[in-house]
Design a binder for this molecule. Structure first.
Ligand SMILES: [Zn+2]
Ligand SMILES: [Zn+2]
Length: 211
């Protein structure tokens, strides 16, 4: 990127909004990196494609399935206002810088991912940078959305409204006695169990003892 070049928005013009969002994202991480830039631009594109103003404030119209954690996810969150903590983002840990943006009003879902070979494109786009990393950091801010991303209409196989569920729900696991929120209990042979007790535990208590 030349010194004078500015980040572009979805129409290809200099965008103060992109710059402000990148600043917020960088502040969260104490650094700015290429994946945050991709995340922010994916988030902006998701909002623009669904004609939802982002970052969304109070309303929970926009929902994001995010396919990796880390820097890209925070970029998407800063741009869209969809956060794991607000239950407007769900992490599907596929290890991909990709996300599906859902308009809960129209039930339209768009999956956005970087084009294959986008890294090589970025290097060509800004060859005068100190390193490949710097090339990506710079080029991801200035490349057009069509150079960067593929946007595809998708149908959800996941029950989004069921997943959002009733946040006020509370039941007690009949095996371990721990409280389960958000209707994540399972019914196993007429017992209400937490997912751990139902066989999906990712831990054992006190491994090594009594063994
Ligand atoms: Zn980072
Ligand atoms: Zn339990």
């Amino acid at each position: 990127m030349k010194e004078e070049s500015k980040p572009v928005n979805e129409e290809g013009t200099a965008s103060a909004k992109l710059e402000a969002l990148l600043e917020q994202s960088a502040a969260l991480h104490r650094h700015l990196c290429p994946r945050q830039v991709l995340g922010v631009r994916m988030g902006l594109l998701g909002g623009a494609s669904l004609q939802i103003e982002v970052p969304q404030q109070q309303r929970k119209r926009l929902f994001v399935y995010m396919e990796t954690d880390g820097c890209a996810a925070d970029g998407v969150s800063v741009a869209t206002g969809c956060w794991v903590g607000r239950r407007t983002m769900r992490l599907m840990d596929f290890g991909k810088v990709a996300a599906t943006f859902v308009d809960r009003t129209s039930q339209t879902a768009l999956r956005i991912r970087p084009r294959n070979g986008v890294r090589q494109m970025a290097e060509k786009h800004s060859e005068d940078q100190a390193s490949r990393w710097h090339s990506m950091l710079s080029a991801y801010q200035t490349m057009s959305v069509s150079e960067l991303f593929v946007v595809e209409r998708v149908s959800l196989l996941d029950d989004l409204e069921g997943w959002i569920s009733r946040p006020s729900s509370r039941v007690i696991c009949q095996n371990c006695g721990e409280e389960i929120i958000n209707q994540r209990q399972m019914e196993v042979e007429k017992e209400l169990l937490c997912r751990a007790c139902a066989g999906e535990a990712y831990y054992v208590i006190n491994p090594g003892k009594d063994r």
